[in-house]
Design a protein around this ligand. Structure first.
Ligand code: ADP
Ligand code: ADP
Length: 227
């Protein structure tokens, strides 16, 4: 079953002689439950692509449909709501809110939409992430690996259709990197959470079901490793 359809996606930053074509007519489809790694040289357009898949930025042309919704047909308010419910975003530097506790950071996307937090779901997630003893801590009281687990919790709490991660292990040592990837893969396999990860780490790319290589804003290679 197709969960995401990307059609003729292009992104140009800037204007006239300053224009940079970051993404050039990219199309592909993603099956529900797939684990895809996006690789490619620095500056090739990987982050731009991930942002467009997640509705964080708007494309110059083309579209992205997620679970049947053409996300760029939505207005800003609708897109923000769609994003909080259907897209889990994970960044290299966690992007946690420093004055909120672990529990508040994780449940924030739900509170913003005045959705009731399912206590059972929340407890399951925080236990799976090993954060149940840290719920009242602030982010700066946690190690890097723990902070990344909080950001995974925040991404998972609304049970999104898709998890998008931009170098989620880029700031972690190898032991923490492995733990974070094991967690992401566990949610991918157990809950069929579709997972798309940008990585420079070949060991991570080798764990994916499929690897998409981006070069100069285009798909240079799209390989299914396991199905
Ligand atoms: P990658 O993630 O593969 O390193 P990016 O998607 O970040 O690549 O960048 C692709 C190209 O777009 C690069 O040439 C980069 O300099 C440019 N770019 C990215 N973001 C912006 C921006 N906000 N304004 C202008 N140019 C940008
Ligand atoms: P890890 O091996 O997961 O990176 P660390 O060795 O960085 O963990 O931290 C060990 C423990 O110390 C963790 O449980 C963490 O909660 C706690 N800790 C780490 N940094 C801080 C800090 N700045 N303030 C308070 N506690 C911290």
């Amino acid at each position: 079953m197709t969960i995401m359809e990307v059609k003729n996606l292009s992104k140009v930053y800037g204007k006239d002689e300053m224009a940079v074509k970051a993404l050039d007519d990219v199309s592909f489809t993603v099956n529900k439950g797939e684990f895809i790694c996006i690789i490619g040289p620095s500056g090739s357009g990987k982050s731009t692509l991930l942002h467009l898949l997640g509705g964080v930025d708007r494309p110059t042309s083309g579209n992205v449909s997620i679970d049947g919704t053409d996300i760029y047909q939505l207005d800003e308010t609708q897109l923000a709501i769609f994003r909080r419910r259907q897209i889990g975003l994970i960044y290299q530097f966690y992007n946690l809110i420093p004055i909120l506790t672990v529990e508040e950071n994780i449940t924030l996307p739900m509170l913003l939409d005045e959705q009731r937090v399912d206590k059972h779901q929340f407890r399951k997630i925080s236990e799976a992430l090993g954060l149940d003893q840290r719920l009242n801590h602030l982010p700066n009281q946690l190690s890097g690996g723990q902070q990344q687990r909080v950001s995974i919790g925040r991404a998972l709490v609304s049970n999104p259709a898709i998890m998008l991660a931009d170098e989620p292990t880029g700031n972690l040592d190898s032991k923490n990197s492995e733990e974070i990837m094991e967690l992401l893969k566990m949610f991918n396999k157990t809950f069929k959470q579709t997972l798309i990860v940008i990585t420079h780490d070949e060991r991570i790319a080798l764990q994916a079901d499929r690897v998409i290589s981006i070069e100069d804003g285009k798909i240079a290679k799209d390989e299914v490793i396991r199905s």
